[in-house]
Write a protein of this length. Structure first.
Ligand SMILES: N[C@@H](CCC(=O)N[C@@H](CS)C(=O)NCC(=O)O)C(=O)O
Length: 278
């Protein structure tokens, strides 16, 4: 049987979940073939990739003739097929919670709550990302191979195009103000989750899965690393979590600090975030 293929990208928040799982579960480099889908160039919009995952997202896994097209399915597959029989705590309903739209860890990289933030997004990496995506969407959506994915392209062109028009100062005032408002609500929701909910969910020490990370932890680690990054952090070491305080306006809850510290000691975390948070 051919090797499983993991479609991944180094800067992707959710691809970090199976990347952490592969190391924690003792997979070797030979067990799974990795194919990079460069999201920053919109490679996920190629019709050939949409034929594998019609949502055009990573991580995606092809294994045993099946395509696993969500982070939860990809990671669960890796947990179930770990060849050294490594057992970790199975995932719980926490996985669906952390993947809810209201906690989306990607939006903060594009969001803008006010004019200053908009200026900064519109003149930096976010603008390049959004522009590259729109170029890739235009290129691919006009090809004969794209016909099976028409609805996908129409929705993405509109959704990404709206952000681009705001960045380019071409959107009407009410559209821009609406974007500021959903950006504020989003950050408020993320902050409330970290300050009020996570401390009740997290153990005093160790992981959601016990002494070693379990399936829920692969998702939460990737999510938390991204939120700290979006708040301006980059350092994945023990003290790096405190960068979130710029957004929280308060000390990081003790249990969140202890959770981060536990991850920062693991080889998986050190490897996946070797070049800094993402
Ligand atoms: N609900 C999906 C979300 C995955 C996702 O949003 N992946 C991002 C990278 S972290 C992606 O591929 N985005 C590409 C896009 O939206 O165009 C899952 O759980 O796998």
């Amino acid at each position: 049987m051919s090797k499983p293929i993991l479609y991944t990208f180094g800067h992707s928040v959710w691809a970090a979940a199976p990347e952490l799982a592969l190391i924690e579960l003792g997979y070797t480099q030979d067990d799974v073939e990795k194919k990079v889908v460069n999201l920053a160039e919109g490679e996920n919009f190629a019709p050939a990739f949409l034929d594998i995952n019609p949502q055009g997202t990573v991580p995606t896994l092809e294994a045993g003739g099946e395509a696993y097209t969500s982070t939860a399915k990809v990671t669960s597959y890796l947990v179930a097929h770990a060849s050294n029989r490594a057992t970790v705590a199975p995932g719980t309903e926490f996985m669906s919670k952390i993947h809810q739209e209201q906690y989306d860890p990607n939006f903060p990289l594009l969001s803008a709550r006010h004019e200053d933030e908009l200026r900064s997004k519109a003149s930096g990496h976010s603008m390049t990302f959004v522009q590259n995506r729109q170029n890739a969407l235009s290129k691919h959506s006009g090809t004969p191979q794209s016909v099976d994915h028409r609805n996908f392209y129409d929705a993405k062109v509109a959704e990404n195009g709206k952000v681009l028009s705001i960045y380019q100062a071409k959107a009407p005032e009410n559209v821009k103000n609406g974007f500021f408002e959903i950006s504020r609500v989003h950050w408020d929701t993320l902050k409330a989750f970290i300050l009020d909910e996570l401390p009740d969910i997290l153990p005093e020490s160790g992981f959601l899965g016990g002494d070693i990370p379990g399936e829920d932890d692969f998702h939460l680690a990737a999510w938390l690393a991204r939120i700290v990054f979006a708040a301006g952090g980059g350092d994945s070491s023990r003290d790096g979590v405190h960068s979130i305080e710029k957004e929280l306006g308060k000390p990081t809850p003790e249990r969140v600090v202890s959770y981060w510290t536990a991850w920062s000691r693991r080889k998986s975390w050190q490897d996946v975030y070797a070049n800094g948070l993402h």
